[in-house]
Design a protein around this ligand. Sequence first.
Ligand SMILES: CC(C)(CO)[C@@H](O)C(=O)[O-]
Length: 519
Amino acid sequence: MLYVAFPYADAYSQLGIGSVGTLIAHHLRLANPTAPISLVFRNAAAFSKKRFRKDGVNRPTLKVARIEGDTVVTEGFDVDVAMSGKIPALVEAAEKDGLDFVNAGGPIDSLIVCTKTHSTADAIGGLHSRLNPSSVITLLQNGMGVYDELCSKFWPDPVTRPNFVLGTTTHGVTTAGETGSVLHMSPPGQGAIKWGVVPDPRKQIDFEAWLWGRPVRDMSSLTPPESPALPLRAPPDGTGTENLGATLEALLSMTQLSPSLLPMPALYNELLIKLAVNAAINPLTAILGGGYLNNGSLHRSAPGHRLTQQVTKETSQVLMAYMHSLSAPRAAPADTVRLFSYESLLHHVKAVVAATKENISSMANDVKNGRMTEVEYINGYLANLGHRLGVPTPVNRMLVQQVKFKAQVGGLGGTVYPDVRQTIREKEEEALEVRRLSLEERKVSLQERAMLLKEERSAETKRAKREWKRTVRRNATIARNLRAAEVEAAVRGGADPKEMLDASEVSEIITVGAVEVKG
Ligand SMILES: CC(C)(CO)[C@@H](O)C(=O)[O-]
């Protein structure tokens, strides 16, 4: 069956199978062995190119290895594609190859998005007609601004908008070289994921009152309530929150990743803290390490420390100004504002550098491979926020340009700035041409040698033939002379010359003494 519209609230679609996406889909499968989980590829060709097809292992499997631990493989994933126009191609290919795990098309209940921030809007564009107000979109990404971008692009009207869950993680994950295979760098017990539900866009239900059984809005975001225990309280009747309830249960079921649910104001603080952490670690490792130095290397020298401090100081100025700019009912109490002080943010940055010291940051990996980075959604987001609030952000602005430069020019993984790439290609082509010509020359000279040899051989053969003919002729003459002498002697002795000659000799003219004998 190639088209399935799941009637249940517990079918999950995973968009983005990079490092974090692989980790999430893998743990979702471990915690929910029978739930339908689809891996959403950009298009049919993108699926075909992945190792799942190359190995001939058609149904996707995911592999997660711990640095000093087991490698666990999960399976049973379905395949879907984001570009709706490409679904017929995938379905056709699936029919041809008998791939019964292709479930492309149909409404989406729960979409977990772990794509890069800059490619999210494009990817959602292809899925947007399959998402409805009861769908849930979970965003687990670095950086900020994607939620606002998606709402303004696709759902400016809150009535049509799906529910959103936002998340942030401190797990260190890095690719193991091929799609769907990652190294989970955080030691067991370290790393966590925090989730929060964006308030009901239709303003019909207080999600937090439902999930915690009491209003939690007035609580200090410094001491958020404990994450609700599973199973969650049943969602209020008739509110269309079944998919939301199922999604939250699934997200909280991945216990090996230490997940917890926070009220949105507390989660928002976590997102901003993570933003500050990424704003320091990611661009600095990308610019200074180019993908070849891990996060820990940042703090192995005094200049590394100083650079981290400079970025964090400016980030703190922007975020403190933002906190002060909020007015009731969102006004931030003093203890919340203090979360964004320079000292507090620097403490977080240092803790994450230490916890992910072996990790190559995602941005460093991106510049190494000459890929677009998330810098616009991290340092660019802070620079824009600073601009709105009148806080100068020269450091963050500089980092944005440096990372972009590095990604375009300095990609050491073989992808470099287009002009340079063009020059390299031309040089390579020139070198190839030279090589081709020299081979051609060698081929020509070989051909010439072969021809000369052939000519020499045929001249030799002709010479030998001529010599042979001359020898034959000479021998024939000698034989004839001997025979003539023999016949002549016999004739002189009185013999009849005609009787002396056989038939073949009669056909020749033989001169025997003065007598010419004709056959
Ligand atoms: C925490 C982090 C910086 C670890 O490398 C991660 O968010 C990343 O790589 O982007």
